[in-house]
Design a protein around this ligand. Sequence first.
Ligand code: ZN
Length: 131
Amino acid sequence: MPALHFESLRLYREAQDLNLWLHAILMDLLENYWPDQRQPARVTCIWRTDAENRADGAETAIHCQPPPYRAVDLGAAEFTQQEIDAAAAAVNARWQYDPARPDLLVCFVQPHGTGPHFHLQVHPHTRRREE
Ligand SMILES: [Zn+2]
């Protein structure tokens, strides 16, 4: 399992208040699908103020929701897009964001925001898919 790094004490604090489904999906990514177990996972964002969200050019406000937090970002600049896509596909094959909106994903990795990263997100209806 990779080391888990927090870029700030604030992020470490926020990580104590993750939605339990988000925590389970984060652990699943790290334990089972992280592209290189020797590369540490860097938590780069959990919660943002509205102003921080605007400054980052975010397209949704999911990082602005109050705890339990519903989104977490992990830096992925050390991986190829192919590695990132494969890990995301595996996570999305196991977890469903919202059965009513199958186009939305728990693990979003299309280029967005400030650089390559895994964006994990959950909804009240997020569930593990049937085996
Ligand atoms: Zn994000």
